[in-house]
Design a protein around this ligand. Structure first.
Ligand SMILES: [Zn+2]
Ligand SMILES: [Zn+2]
Length: 232
């Protein structure tokens, strides 16, 4: 697990190309969990900052994809952890799956359907279902901004005091450029552009992505440029 401090008390951990974030306040909160098997690295990091895994009290999920929710079951063995996710990513698997069509077809094959629990979180595994617009008691008030497109229930988490936002896969940065989520793995790119427009209205200095390095400074003009490039 490669760790980097974003601001004091907020850390980005990277493993297998996916980021997760640790917010160290009185209690510890995770934003996403990485792939299955990430809990060992998370526990080691938490010890490195002088804390303990049983201080992890909640996990906020940016969206219901395996590289972000993979270690939820392992982490829940450490402690009674509250799992928080947007309700639109938790609807009945056959009615509103958060995976795009190709993956959905695969998961409908009987064997894979049986093990789908390994791929997505079910509604019964989530303690708090978000609607969007909530303010969570973290970082002085962490706002839940619904940003559908990559998945129906993708959320960004915005800390106005720190001008910091966690975007999950609702936005990506590749070769130093901001980009829409990849078409192949997203459910609705028109909605994704609208979501980027929504991000551009926020006062931002730091953007933390589900994959890749964080972006410091200049977020607003880059977001507007992306909206323009996308024909929004
Ligand atoms: Zn994703
Ligand atoms: Zn991802």
């Amino acid at each position: 697990m490669v760790a980097r401090e974003i601001i004091p008390g907020v850390y980005q951990l990277t493993s297998g190309g996916t980021n997760l974030f640790v917010i160290a306040e009185e209690e510890l909160t995770l934003i996403d969990t990485g792939l299955p098997g990430s809990s060992t690295g998370i526990a080691a990091f938490v010890r490195r900052i002088g804390r303990s895994v049983d201080e992890i009290s909640s996990i906020i999920i940016t969206h219901n994809h395996i590289d972000h929710i993979g270690a939820v079951p392992e982490l829940c063995r450490f402690n009674d952890i509250e799992i928080i996710a947007h309700k639109a990513d938790l609807a009945g698997f056959d009615t509103a799956p958060s995976y795009p069509h190709g993956v959905r077809r695969l998961l409908k094959i009987p064997f894979l359907h049986r093990v789908r629990r390994r791929f997505v979180l079910g509604a019964d595994e989530v303690d708090i279902q978000l609607e969007g617009g909530e303010a969570l008691r973290l970082l002085g008030g962490l706002r839940v901004v619904p940003t559908p497109g990559h998945t129906p229930g993708s959320i960004c988490l915005y800390a106005p005091g720190q001008k910091l936002m966690f975007v999950g896969d609702a936005l990506q940065r590749r070769r130093k450029k901001l980009r829409l989520p990849a078409k192949m793995v997203s459910t609705d790119l028109v909605a994704a552009v609208d979501s980027v427009k929504k991000m551009a209205e926020l006062d931002l200095d730091i953007i933390c992505f589900g994959h890749g390095k964080p972006l410091f400074g200049d977020a607003h003009s880059r977001l507007l440029a992306l909206v323009e490039r996308s024909g929004g």
